[in-house]
Design a protein around this ligand. Structure first.
Ligand code: DGJ
Length: 725
């Protein structure tokens, strides 16, 4: 609900209030946090700095605002920077008013099923441009979204040098920032940074949201935790700054690196939508972000649809397969209860290794024996069929490049830098987009694919398009065009489930999630590494989005098949191993795992996520719990990664997220590496499960394949069901 009065703009969500005050030429941010009652007067909120004296050589922007620009005697980073053709880069904005808006238009994906939107209007006396800032609330979620647009009504050409999406200002002496950073194979690892004075910044300059710094982050002040994200997949920048006057400013949005958007007279530039939420705990921030993603980002056709258990051949075969081999894997998968066979890289053109073929999206019949007949045979088995593609790439050694070198992203006259022997395509080339759109839609329809894994295996270099009049627009326009293409393709095959992938999880963001409900989380499928990668991912993204597969060779010795399952069994679950070559005992283990997952599928996919205890990055004991919204069912996984507990310590755990008044039955999942006598169940009220320290015996002790101390961690899974109250 948004309320406008002469003085205030009160933006209420289910749990939060963002309170703004119209104050002359500015809009002050009086309050952001827990929801407030309505009142006529909020004069008591401490914005005392409006009367305070500052040294005239100091930063003069010590009043909390939601909008800032260059040229205000400011030392803090600005929200918007515009420049004229002569290089003038300062602005003088005047607030012109706020009004309720009937939505807004954007060339980018923005939240679905919006509630109310308010539009704030600022005009620039220097350039003559108008900036509109939009805030949107939702009926079923505590998140607020915000973004801006610059309308060039100056009559002249302008440059948008920066336009962020969200600015929040607070009085704060210190803050702690939690970011999710990493590399290929170790994405979204949690990092905590204490901030007292100065600026903390993360960003991506790689043309993708990147594994290096995810756009989701949290900021903790006093007793509030805030979470932020962007509906955007390209370069982004997040700053948290504390000035010597103890003012904190949080900014998030498009990275202004390699960006200088030329805006002709009459044109409009729109920034990506940012989403933010405030809560008491990190867990609550995560749950609100998950809700936002499922209700307002993910395609509603898939948002709550059961996701199939899949098997992917990548780690089983890499490029070395035939159609017969894939069919053998599919048959064995069927026997194990698996529901979908995904054919990964290597089925097309001359793609027998990673040096050739990208761009040639036609069947390598010699290798596959005919994809159509393979897909038909897999369907006849009763399995779904999925296919890997990497459409945003091209290789010099491909028919497509030989015919159309201009389809590659490259600077005229310069040999482009190859990564993984490949080049990015020039997404701003309309002819290329049409080729990709037509070819892929036809391919998916002809084969009757049920699922597509959409990969992107290199960062951008040689950023240039012969189709762009001005290259400062390119990093942004790439995604305007890429999103357009994704919309056309996904709408043409509305029943196909898409999974976004980028060398593992290098583009795990809400922009991709808008079109692709699932994201491959990491190429690192080692269950021990996945503990940290998946915990970091779940901080910002819903359980059902998370692609996690049981591998067979990508393990340190000592991680049992049971622990591999306990870690992978979430959301978009599957296997990534050659099940035609595992022994019979393992096949029977896999069968039981798949049956268990399918029996409780809903509690593995559409649930509220609770981290158990401290982050596993900081503690040896921990885990997670997936709890149904009605609190009647849960799956909990407990982890002990301290091998020394084998000798002296009995680990103790506390469950979370249950209803204290419900009586529950807690059943440990039988594991093939545990004696039957050690698989137990008990009943207890939610209050006992959530407040007491539960003694689960020594996790390592009884594992038949763990107590040689070779096991890097031990795990147990529990199904918790309400049996009374
Ligand atoms: C990177 C992905 O993350 C892998 O799963 C696999 O699909 C390869 N690309 C194929 O080249």
């Amino acid at each position: 609900m948004i309320k406008l009065t002469e003085k205030y703009i009160k933006i209420d969500t289910t749990k939060n209030t963002l309170l703004l005050e119209k104050y002359g030429d500015r809009v002050l941010q009086l309050y952001y946090g827990k929801k407030l009652h309505d009142s006529d007067n909020y004069g008591f909120f401490a914005v005392e700095e409006r009367d305070k004296w500052f040294g005239s050589n100091d930063d003069h922007t010590n009043i909390p605002t939601v909008f800032s620009c260059n040229g205000e005697c400011a030392n803090k980073e600005a929200y918007v920077i515009l420049s004229k053709e002569d290089g003038t880069f300062t602005s003088r904005f005047e607030f012109k008013g706020a009004e309720m808006a009937e939505g807004f238009s954007s060339p980018l994906p923005t939240a679905r099923n919006k509630g109310e939107t308010v539009r704030l209007c600022f005009t620039d006396l220097v350039t003559g441009a108008t900036v509109y800032q939009y805030y949107t609330v939702f009926e079923d979620c505590a998140c607020i979204t915000v973004h801006s647009e610059v309308v060039n009504n100056s009559g002249e050409q302008l440059f948008v040098k920066r336009l962020m999406s969200c600015q929040l200002d607070f009085a704060a002496e210190k803050a702690s920032v939690t970011t999710y950073d990493g590399t290929w194979d170790l994405e979204r690892l949690r990092h905590d940074t204490e901030l007292t004075a100065g600026r903390f910044e993360i960003d991506s300059k790689l043309g993708i949201s990147s594994a290096n710094h995810n756009p989701f982050f949290m900021v903790k002040t006093d007793n509030t935790v805030m979470g932020f994200n962007l509906v955007w997949s390209g370069n982004h920048k997040e700053t948290v700054e504390i000035s010597p006057y103890e003012r904190m400013r949080i900014l998030t949005g498009l990275n202004d690196y390699g960006f200088n958007y030329k805006l002709n007279a009459g044109e409009t530039f729109v920034s990506p939508e940012a989403v933010f939420v405030a809560a008491d705990t990190e867990g609550e921030v995560s749950r609100e972000m998950h809700k936002f993603s499922l209700k307002h980002v993910v395609n509603p056709n898939f948002a709550y649809k059961p996701r199939p258990v899949l098997i992917n051949n990548w780690e089983a075969t890499y490029f070395d397969f035939t159609g017969d081999k894939i069919y053998e894997i599919a048959k064995k998968a069927k026997e194990c209860g698996i529901e979908m066979m995904v054919l990964d890289d290597g089925w097309f053109g001359a793609r027998n290794n990673d040096r050739a073929g990208l761009g040639d999206w036609y069947d390598n019949v010699e290798k596959t024996g005919g994809l159509k007949s393979l897909s038909d045979k897999i369907h006849e088995l009763g399995l779904k069929f999925g296919l890997w593609v990497e459409p945003e790439m091209i290789q010099v050694d491909s028919d497509l490049y030989r015919a159309h070198p201009e389809y590659a992203m490259q600077i005229p006259g310069l040999t482009p830098i190859e990564r993984r022997h490949q080049l990015c395509v020039d997404m701003c080339n309309p002819e290329l987009r049409q080729y990709l759109t037509d070819t892929l839609i036809k391919l998916f329809k002809d084969l009757g694919v049920d699922y597509v894994k959409w990969d992107h295996n290199r960062a951008m270099s040689d950023v240039y398009s012969s189709c762009e009049a001005y290259q400062g627009n390119y990093f942004y326009d790439y995604y305007v065009n890429q999103y357009k293409m994704l919309k056309d393709i996904t709408e043409a095959v509305p029943d196909v489930l898409f999974e976004s992938c980028a060398s593992g999880g290098s583009r795990y963001d809400l922009g991709m999630q808008y079109f692709m409900p699932q994201n491959w989380c990491s190429d690192n499928t080692n269950a021990f590494a996945r503990l940290f990668i998946q915990e970091g991912t779940l901080a910002g993204y819903p359980v059902s989005s998370l692609g996690a597969h049981v591998p067979n060779h990508w393990e340190r010795p000592g991680v049992s098949w049971e622990s591999r399952f306990n870690v992978s069994a979430m959301g978009a679950f599957g296997y990534e191993c050659d099940i035609t070559s595992v022994d019979r005992k393992t096949i029977s283990v896999i069968k039981k795992q798949v049956a268990y997952f399918k029996k409780h599928r809903n509690v593995f996919q559409y649930v509220e996520y609770y981290r158990l205890g401290e982050s596993l990055c900081k503690s040896d004991l921990g885990g997670w719990s997936f709890v149904s919204e009605d609190k009647k069912e849960a799956i909990a996984v407990i982890i002990d990664k301290k091998v020394n507990n084998f000798w002296f310590k009995r680990p103790r755990f506390t469950f979370a997220g249950l209803n204290p008044d419900y009586l529950y039955k807690v059943e440990m999942r039988p594991q093939s590496n545990l004696p039957e006598s050690k698989v137990f169940s008990f009943t207890a009220y939610g209050d006992a499960l959530m407040n007491g320290k539960l003694d689960f015996d020594n996790l390592y002790w009884h594992e038949t394949d763990g107590h040689d101390m070779g096991s890097v961690f031990a795990s147990r899974m529990f199904y918790i069901k309400k049996i009374g109250r």
